[in-house]
Write a new protein. Structure first.
Length: 390
């Protein structure tokens, strides 16, 4: 599989990974127990306060005994809601609708239990003054099942109260799940971005190695033994330095240029009388952070299309500047007008540089190339200027 196909395959794999729905996990939809229990207590405490205040404002007799009965019922309500919380915590259907249906269904038996406790407290254990009157009215309508009808009537009124809390719990859980899914999606994006950066980085070394071995073969055929030995030693030093770095690593601009000088030493062996290197880098930009080996394909192209076809001295100039919060790098090479024009390239090297910058920095970085004002060729790249420890 060639480099272009590998790149396309990587993009397809990345697209599939980002498009795939992350695995559903029940633990994601669970609400913090402190939040759940706190909401239960808060809900029933608010109910107790509101009903007590209303009783005082309407002048209900036996305020304190009624408050005691109400407190017992509130405790029962807290316990029933806590059981509902335990059921919802252990039964987590995947879809939001299924969770909501399970919550509303689980509330039915618990609200019946609560209504039964309410009946026992207000009509049997601690009957209120008008309990006998209410019982008499219910018995006249429902002579056999009056208690059941009271429980059902109370359950219908209280079901809404339980259902609201259950819906609130499911909503909290769903929000937690969405946040967890977003975290995992971000993780997948970072993994895909890392894989793409590594693939783009690993495209550099085969391309460079192919060119260098070609140059070495030329020296061997010419019988230039000493130059070939020097090139082999320089190649060894360059590969040792470049392959030891992490492809995701940022290095200082000074370190990146030092790596390129190792490569240029290799090419200097091949073109001792034609290659001239000029570097203009302000002192304050030496520690600016750049992706490792980001200049490698550009320098290679300058040698391949500028120095190799020429007959005279060709300068390769690298300049660095800071502009509007960006680090701007320009690599320019002369072109010998008398030299035969080399075959046009595939654009892989410069495309690689642009892709690496866009993958790491997004639209704040980029790379452009074309003829320079003096008849040569220039490549400009820019990226956010950062001077932190790389």
């Amino acid at each position: 599989m060639n480099i272009s196909n590998r790149k396309d395959a990587l993009r397809d794999q990345r697209a599939k990974m980002l498009a795939a729905a992350p695995d559903w996990r029940a633990s994601d939809a669970r609400v913090n127990p402190r939040v759940a229990i706190g909401s239960i207590i808060a809900m029933w405490a608010i109910y107790f306060l509101i009903t007590s205040v209303l009783a005082m404002l309407t002048g209900v007799p036996e305020q304190w005994p009624s408050a005691g009965r109400r407190a017992i019922v509130v405790v029962a309500g807290i316990l029933c809601t806590f059981v509902l919380y335990q059921l919802l915590q252990r039964a987590q259907p995947q879809s939001f609708g299924a969770r909501l249906a399970a919550a509303f269904g689980a509330a039915v038996p618990l609200v019946i239990i609560y209504a039964t406790v309410n009946l026992m407290v207000f009509y049997y254990w601690f009957p209120v003054s008008d309990s006998a009157k209410i019982v008499e009215e219910m018995q006249s309508k429902y002579s056999v099942a009056w208690e059941t009808m009271l429980i059902l009537d109370s359950s219908i009124r209280w079901y809404f109260f339980f259902a609201v809390w259950a819906a609130l719990y499911v909503a909290f859980g769903y929000a937690n799940e969405m946040r967890a899914l977003e975290r995992r999606a971000n993780h997948f994006r970072m993994e895909a971005q890392t894989a793409q950066l590594r693939a783009l980085h690993y495209q550099v070394n085969p391309h460079f190695l192919f060119n260098t071995l070609n140059s070495l073969s030329t020296l061997v055929l010419k019988g230039s033994k000493s130059e070939a030995e020097t090139m082999i030693m320089n190649l060894s030093s360059f590969l040792r330095s470049s392959l030891a770095v992490d492809p995701e690593q940022l290095v200082s601009l000074d370190e990146e240029i030092a790596l390129q000088r190792l490569y240029l030493d290799i090419e200097q062996t091949r073109f001792p009388d034609r290659l001239q290197v000029e570097v203009a880098m302000p002192k304050e930009l030496e520690n600016a952070c750049v992706p490792v080996l980001i200049l490698q394909p550009i320098i290679e192209n300058a040698i391949k299309y500028g120095v190799a076809p020429s007959k005279g001295k060709i300068a390769v100039r690298l300049t660095a500047s800071a502009e509007y919060g960006l680090l701007v790098l320009r690599i320019e090479n002369d072109i010998d007008p008398k030299a035969p024009a080399p075959a046009s390239g595939t654009g892989l090297g410069l495309g690689n540089v642009r892709e690496r910058l866009l993958t790491r920095y997004g639209p704040t970085a980029g790379c452009e190339w074309g003829p320079s004002d003096n008849g040569g060729f220039v490549v400009s790249l820019w990226l956010p200027l950062a001077r932190e420890a790389c």
